[in-house]
Ligand binder design. Structure first.
Ligand code: SF4
Ligand code: SF4
Length: 285
């Protein structure tokens, strides 16, 4: 079972839910992996540490155009689905926009004049940590200045094998890094807060998941804040409300000290285990 924990905006408690779910799964002796897919700002390691077993550098192939060999035919530009190549045939100018390149190799195949070769460009790292005998953490971390973390996220997800339960801490928002994380998931937990901003971003996430035809449910964090609109909307849309976590000073303190709520308060260990079972039940439907 692959569960992505996501939110339309940052700071709603996504990592809080991911790490606590992981802790209860690990305590139940499940074979579990938590993948920190928030590659631009991974922070699972603030809550869960482990013994590093491997760190792999993730590279991308980047085309290099030899302007001496190029005849400015424009075929590579036409084959590039990502508009990463600008070729002005009349002016004999050609440019690669590195940040738009998706490493598809089409331009290399297109060029009949052997004017394109490739170099490797470092994008980030994937680190695997053993947490216990049957639990591990995989961290995707993109290098500073890298335009898109998607390749690093995909590389991290590719590393997860032989695991019964995979939890994926998704990047915030609904752009490509979010899509890369939720597409392989069997179920998505959307974490929100009962504020107008929270509701607005929740609606955007739900629209995206509906287009992807993915099953999902919602955890409302910091209940007691804001207003009732998020609950009314969930009811109207018949979206499962999986769990409510109160706006509580003690929970905030535990989180800010990088501790896990399920280890501090047994009632939450039960509640998070129930959440896991509820998701499992919804996945089987
Ligand atoms: S590798 Fe693909 S995405 Fe990159 S420039 Fe070539 S055709 Fe475009
Ligand atoms: S396909 Fe080759 S020759 Fe044609 S514009 Fe691209 S790099 Fe130049």
């Amino acid at each position: 079972m692959k569960i992505a924990i996501a939110s339309g905006k940052g700071g709603t408690g996504k990592t809080f839910v991911s790490t606590n779910l992981f802790a209860v799964a690990e305590k139940e002796a499940l074979n579990v992996t938590l993948v920190d897919c928030d590659a631009e700002e991974p922070n699972v390691n603030e809550f869960l540490d482990g013994k590093t077993t491997s760190t792999e550098i993730i590279n991308q192939h980047l085309p290099v155009i030899d302007k001496e060999a190029c005849v400015y035919c424009g075929k590579c530009r036409d084959w590039c689905n990502y508009n990463a190549i600008i070729c002005l045939s009349e002016n004999k100018q050609i440019y690669l926009i590195e940040d738009l390149c998706h490493d598809c190799g089409a331009c290399l195949a297109a060029c009949q004049y052997h004017a394109i070769t490739e170099i490797e460009k470092r994008l980030g790292t994937v680190t695997i940590k053993a947490y216990s005998n049957q639990a591990r953490i995989v961290e995707a971390r993109s290098d500073i200045g890298v335009y898109s973390p998607v390749s690093v996220i995909k590389a991290a997800l590719d590393k997860v094998q032989d695991t019964d339960l995979i939890l994926m801490d998704s990047p915030p928002g609904i752009s490509c890094p979010f899509i890369a994380t939720v597409v392989p998931a069997d179920f998505i937990v959307l974490v929100t807060e009962p504020t107008p901003f929270g509701l607005n971003d929740l609606k955007l996430s739900v629209e995206t998941l509906e287009q992807l035809e993915k099953p999902f449910g919602v955890v409302v964090n910091r209940t007691g804040l804001g207003d009732e609109r998020v609950y009314d909307w969930l009811e109207e849309k018949q979206i499962p409300l999986l769990m409510k976590i109160p706006f509580d000073k003690n929970i905030a303190r535990i989180y800010s000290q990088s501790r896990l709520l399920v280890r501090e308060d047994p009632s939450y260990a039960t509640r998070f285990l129930d959440l896991l079972k509820t998701i499992e039940g919804l996945c089987k439907k």
